[in-house]
Design a protein around this ligand. Structure first.
Ligand SMILES: Nc1ncnc2c1ncn2[C@@H]1O[C@H](COP(=O)(O)OP(=O)(O)OP(=O)(O)O)[C@@H](O)[C@H]1O
Ligand SMILES: [Mg+2]
Length: 310
């Protein structure tokens, strides 16, 4: 059941505007909706005319919103990893954790994991209070990286688990041959081994996130009537195809803003298309979001959730 919606697309196409308008219309049709911004440069609060924080705040009846504090999630992720490393490798005093974590903060992947754990928190601890969670996403590069992370990480975690199993097998053999060996005092069984247990728990968490993106989310890509946003949408679709995340809808926002030529090619032939007119007077407050008619998109989304029309 697809009860989450993600709006992706090139910078400035209208991700925040459409996620807010979509969430608002669903809330006003009687759903309990949470809209969450994953963009480190938040402006969801500005669009909704509300002051937001890292945990849900009610914007109006049926609608709550939050802006994920990515910096805080990076710190939390590093702290969690530090505690786990310190307990798992308590015997290894040669590992200088302080200097390791100073570097880890800027290491590739850290920001992506922080986003993933923030989404996991929303799914596990918050989504029970809502029917629908809508995500306003960061720039494409980061969004694609965090969406791909569960699939990529699953590969290396599986390889590490196999390696760990081989190490434990060897330890068992050595212990059998020579019970007096120093190896015999270490763990030889998978079910008691902290490292193996940790890898299994990472695998379970990643499988949950993978299911969230592939089976429980309605992924919409936004374009404007211009070549560059359409090219970016192709890149997003190619990448989603590669990581087996289905694209549910394509949103053409700001229709009529320009007369420049642009075309959609066959790659989007199967994807439902939803149009949203350019509003020349602009959008100034929450009520202006009602000028964006999201009813067809909402109907398609609700059909995917199996919860009927709005
Ligand atoms: N249909 C529309 N009609 C008129 N203006 C629009 C429409 N949709 C969005 N805008 C305006 O376009 C600008 C960019 O929109 P928005 O901030 O939602 O895009 P974004 O994709 O979230 O951008 P970013 O990549 O910076 O997060 C804003 O000024 C917004 O008010
Ligand atoms: Mg935005």
């Amino acid at each position: 059941m697809r009860t989450n919606a993600f709006f992706l697309g090139k910078g400035g196409v209208g991700k925040t505007t459409l996620s807010a308008a979509f969430a608002l219309s669903l809330a006003r049709s009687g759903k309990r909706v949470l809209v969450a911004s994953l963009d480190p440069a938040h402006n969801l609060g500005d669009v909704l005319g509300a002051s937001l924080g890292g945990e849900p705040r009610q914007v109006e009846s049926g609608l709550s919103a939050l802006e994920v504090d990515l910096g805080a999630w990076v710190e939390r992720y590093l702290e969690e990893s530090r505690a786990e490393l310190a307990s798992t490798y308590s015997y290894n005093l040669s590992l200088n954790l302080d200097s390791f974590f100073k570097i880890m903060k800027y290491a590739p992947g850290t920001e992506e994991y922080a986003v993933l754990w923030a989404i996991e928190h929303i799914r596990r601890d918050l989504s029970g209070d809502f029917d629908i969670v809508v995500y306003d996403t960061p720039p494409t590069a980061l969004s694609l990286r965090f969406l791909a992370m569960p699939a990529i990480s699953k590969l290396w975690v599986s390889e590490l688990s196999k390696l760990r199993e081989r190490i434990l097998d060897r330890r068992q053999s050595i212990t059998r041959i020579n019970p007096a060996s120093p190896v015999a005092s270490g763990c030889v069984d998978k079910k008691d081994d902290k490292v193996y247990g940790k890898l299994s728990s990472i695998k379970t968490r990643l499988a949950g996130l993978s299911a969230l993106f592939s089976d429980e989310s309605y992924i919409a890509v936004i374009i404007n009537p211009d070549r560059l946003s359409v090219s970016e949408a192709f890149r997003i679709k190619d990448e989603l195809d590669r990581i087996d995340i289905p694209l549910s809808g394509l949103c053409l926002n700001k229709r009529g803003v320009s007369t420049a030529e642009w075309t959609l090619d066959r790659r989007f032939a199967e994807t439902p298309l939803f149009d949203f007119d350019f509003l020349p007077a602009g959008l100034h407050d929450r009520e202006d979001l009602r000028s964006i008619d999201t009813s067809r998109l909402a109907a398609d989304f609700l059909a995917a959730t199996g919860k009927g029309t709005p």
